[in-house]
Design a protein around this ligand. Structure first.
Ligand SMILES: Nc1ncnc2c1ncn2[C@@H]1O[C@H](COP(=O)(O)OP(=O)(O)OP(=O)(O)O)[C@@H](O)[C@H]1O
Ligand SMILES: [Mg+2]
Length: 373
């Protein structure tokens, strides 16, 4: 059963296939607005305490894949210890067997040597490729790739190499893309199809996204999820900024959602974005004239946008709501949009706004905390 492979060399395959299937993460904001493809690449940069680790771990728990490879790269040891304990107890939502059975952890915490940290992501990607070659869908999660880059910087400076931007070696970008390129859907030599998806967190110092690591990742990523410090301060988690984030897989995957979940998936998406955008435009006006000073249609729109933010886009990782299937996601968004459409009609028919807003029914009434379960 022993298999040797040099971790710096990508394992071979017959051919690469372009990603066509979505990776279901169970996070509404991702699955609905910024989908990740199986075999795709997602990065989420976020400042201190914006929920990177929790998001990585949530995806590790709920993603619809066969194998999860998680690299704790230069982060806190206690987080990894908690993860091992938790994963031993939890069940995989897709197969109902223990989560740990499908999970491989590569642990390289902040107190471990930098050379090992630099190598850790390669060890992980090689393990992931090994399973991909068996025709499995594999996800590689790394928290965080910035710590890897820092290790590379340290090694490079002790080798007295010429430093580039912010002291990182000049080959940072090419190294990083060489690593990220190992993701993808492939036809293996045995004729099966396997995929390797990468979800990488980036911790830019001071939340400054213009720094070299974030910029290098941006060039190669398909899904970009910007974690917003101001949302995290408001306790809106996952703190994914809906204006700055994007998914380049959206067009390829929309057919899949329309066919397998709901034909109105895309129209609902457009409507949801529209409402959030209008809210942003109105916010300044409301700050000046107050909520009473705006038209009833606008008040209704603001109310709907708030519901979208609080009931749909935010998802508490410690409650039953931590995982949302595509069907649940669609029915949640449909509930809010249907309410909005009906309320608009009622408003036109002369029903007072105060009466309409009283009628609202929260979609997610279940806020029971199951912390530690
Ligand atoms: N989905 C969520 N539901 C509820 N709380 C959350 C969620 N995501 C993050 N939090 C809260 O935010 C805190 C910080 O999250 P986390 O440790 O994941 O941040 P981080 O970005 O990894 O921080 P660091 O930069 O220190 O590594 C958590 O302890 C938790 O209280
Ligand atoms: Mg963290």
């Amino acid at each position: 059963m022993n298999h040797e492979w040099s971790i710096r060399i990508p394992r071979p395959y017959r051919k690469k296939i372009s990603p066509r299937e979505p990776l279901i993460t169970g996070q509404r904001a991702i699955d609905f607005l910024f989908s990740i493809a199986k075999g795709g690449i997602a990065i989420f940069p976020g400042g201190f305490g914006t929920g990177k680790t929790i998001l990585e771990q949530s995806i590790a728990k709920f993603a619809d894949v066969d194998i999860v490879v998680y690299v704790g790269c230069g982060e806190r040891g206690n987080e990894m210890a908690e993860m091992i304990e938790e994963f031993e107890l939890l069940n995989d939502p897709w197969t109902q067997s223990r989560l740990m059975k499908r999970t491989i952890l590569v642990i390289n915490t902040s107190n471990m040597p930098v050379a090992a940290r630099e190598a850790s992501i390669y060890t992980a990607v090689t393990i992931a490729e090994y399973y991909r070659d068996m025709g499995y869908h594999v996800i590689l999660l790394a928290d965080s790739i910035s710590r890897w880059a820092e290790a590379l910087r340290e090694i490079s400076s002790s080798l007295e190499e010429m430093p580039g931007e912010e002291g990182y070696p000049t080959y940072l970008s090419s190294r990083l893309s060489g690593f990220i390129e190992r993701a993808g859907v492939v036809e293996t030599y045995s004729g099966t199809v396997g995929s390797l998806t990468m979800v990488l967190s980036v911790s830019p110092p001071g939340g400054d996204f213009t720094e070299p690591v974030t910029q290098s990742c941006l060039r190669t990523t398909g899904t970009f999820l910007m974690l917003d410090t101001s949302l995290a301060h408001k306790r809106h988690f996952p703190a994914i900024n809906w204006f700055q984030s994007y998914s380049l897989y959206a067009d390829e995957l929309s057919g899949h959602y329309k066919e397998h979940v709901a034909p109105e998936w895309e129209t609902a998406q457009v409507r949801c974005r529209e409402i959030l955008q209008k809210e942003e435009a109105l916010r300044e006006v409301v700050e000046i004239v107050g909520i009473e000073g705006i038209q009833d249609e606008d008040r209704l729109m603001l109310h709907t946008a708030e519901r979208l933010r609080t009931e749909f886009l935010s998802q508490n990782a410690y409650t039953e709501d931590a995982f949302s299937s595509l069907e649940q996601t669609f029915s949640a968004i449909k509930g809010i949009l249907d309410f909005y459409n009906n309320a608009e009609k009622q408003l036109k028919d002369g029903v007072p706004i105060s009466e309409i807003l009283v009628e609202k029914k929260p979609v997610h009434a279940k806020q029971k905390t199951s912390e530690g379960s």
